[in-house]
Design a protein around this ligand. Structure first.
Ligand SMILES: [Zn+2]
Ligand SMILES: [Zn+2]
Length: 119
């Protein structure tokens, strides 16, 4: 029997841990710590519904380029599907001087992941 069938939750967690480590350079523990730090909600719209298949780990694309791999230090926060795909990506496409959302500026200047680490 595969681990998937014997222990679906453990399997799910180990897959998730692997993909977090590979893609974002953070572990499952940091992921859960960050989610708890954000009150279990999206860092931008504060929705407790991730509106997708799980929270998006948002990171600074300027830091490690366009690839999926990040160095782990530039993770910003956990976002719902809508904020990650529609809001933050679009917002970052606007020139800095035209960005007039206080909430998004606060998120981008001092993201929860960095706040959590400096606490
Ligand atoms: Zn959101
Ligand atoms: Zn980076």
């Amino acid at each position: 029997m595969e681990q998937r069938q014997l222990d679906p939750e453990g399997y799910e967690n180990s897959q998730r841990a692997k993909s977090l480590r590979n893609k974002y350079g953070i572990g499952l523990e940091e992921y859960h710590r960050l989610l708890a730090y954000q009150g279990g909600a999206c860092a931008v719209c504060l929705s407790k519904d991730h509106k997708g298949r799980g929270w998006h780990v948002d990171h600074d694309h300027q830091c490690c380029g366009r690839g999926v791999k990040t160095c782990g230090r530039c993770v910003r926060g956990l976002l719902c599907h809508n904020c990650n795909v529609n809001l933050v990506a679009g917002y970052e496409a606007i020139p800095k001087e035209c960005r007039d959302s206080a909430r998004l500026n606060a998120y981008l200047c001092m993201p929860p992941f960095r706040r959590m680490l400096s606490d």
